[in-house]
Design a protein around this ligand. Structure first.
Ligand code: HEC
Ligand code: HEC
Length: 212
């Protein structure tokens, strides 16, 4: 019997829902899967040799538009690698790199970078723009950034550590959320946060946070 087009489309729908569910499960298995295969920070250290050229020897980047990864929450690192791998976060360098990572690599790299000492606070260094620091502090309080990123902006779960990150990179990230180039995971929290921010507010936030 030749199936009617209706039967075909129903079959297709079932299949596509199945593959969607499989994708969601696969993502869960990676990020939530510590119980299945324990993440291995030592293995992660070896795997991270490929990252050091850009993200720095101990996860502290010396390149302005390249983020430091040291001390980022394990889950944040894992999600970003999965977003790059799936093409949900676009970057011409990180996309192809992430495509080569298996789920175990993602877990090991997350465990390794989370175990590293975060960048030291440059607060003792002279502040070339104290006005920006003051303004940034106010915008951060008004925007309730700490409610997700933590009182010290050290990050938690899927929310990034933003304290001590490169000023240029924070600026870029906030502009990427604002313009929709980057959407983030879950309920698109950052797109909503960044959309109303003015360029001046972004500059102030980046200056304030980078010096924490
Ligand atoms: C050739 C340079 C280069 C190499 C090598 C590289 N990265 Fe990246 N990585 C970048 C850049 C640039 C970005 C920022 C992308 C953007 O602006 O959205 C980035 C972003 C990231 C992010 C997101 C961090 C954040 O704060 O949003 C993670 C996680 C990451 N890289 C992990 C890795 C890992 C793990 C490796 C090694 C397997 C690696 N990278 C190798 C250049 C590199
Ligand atoms: C409702 C929770 C929430 C609030 C409020 C929030 N953030 Fe976020 N933020 C997140 C999450 C979750 C991520 C990771 C998103 C992703 O996957 O790209 C993130 C990512 C970021 C990043 C990118 C970091 C990186 O390394 O790539 C920056 C910068 C940032 N937030 C700054 C801020 C600032 C500044 C504020 C306040 C004006 C703020 N956030 C308020 C949840 C939040």
């Amino acid at each position: 019997m030749i199936p009617t087009s209706n039967q075909w489309s129903r079959k297709w729908l079932t299949v596509s829902w199945r593959s969607l569910a499989a994708l969601a499960l696969a993502a869960l298995a990676v990020v939530g899967g510590a119980g299945v295969v324990a993440a291995d920070a030592v293995a992660g250290k070896n795997k991270a040799e490929a990252c050091a050229g850009c993200h720095g020897e101990k996860g502290i980047s010396e390149i302005e538009n390249t983020p430091s990864l040291a001390g980022q929450p394990d889950l944040f690192i894992q999600w970003q690698l999965i977003f790059f791998r799936a093409g949900a976060r676009k970057n011409e360098v990180m996309g192809p790199l992430a495509e080569q990572l298996g789920n175990e690599d993602v877990r090991d790299l997350g465990a390794y970078f989370a175990s590293l000492k975060p960048p030291e606070s440059p607060a003792a260094a002279p502040d070339d723009h104290p006005d920006l620091t003051g303004a940034g502090k106010k915008v951060a309080a008004a925007g309730r950034c700490a409610s997700c990123h933590g009182d010290k902006f050290a990050g938690s779960k899927a929310a990034a550590r933003i304290a001590g990150q490169h000023e240029e990179y924070i600026t870029k990230a906030l502009h990427d959320y604002k313009s929709g180039v980057r959407s983030g995971g879950g309920v698109a929290a950052m797109a909503e946060v960044a959309y109303p921010l003015s360029d001046d507010e972004i500059a102030a936030l980046a200056h304030y946070l980078a010096r924490l």
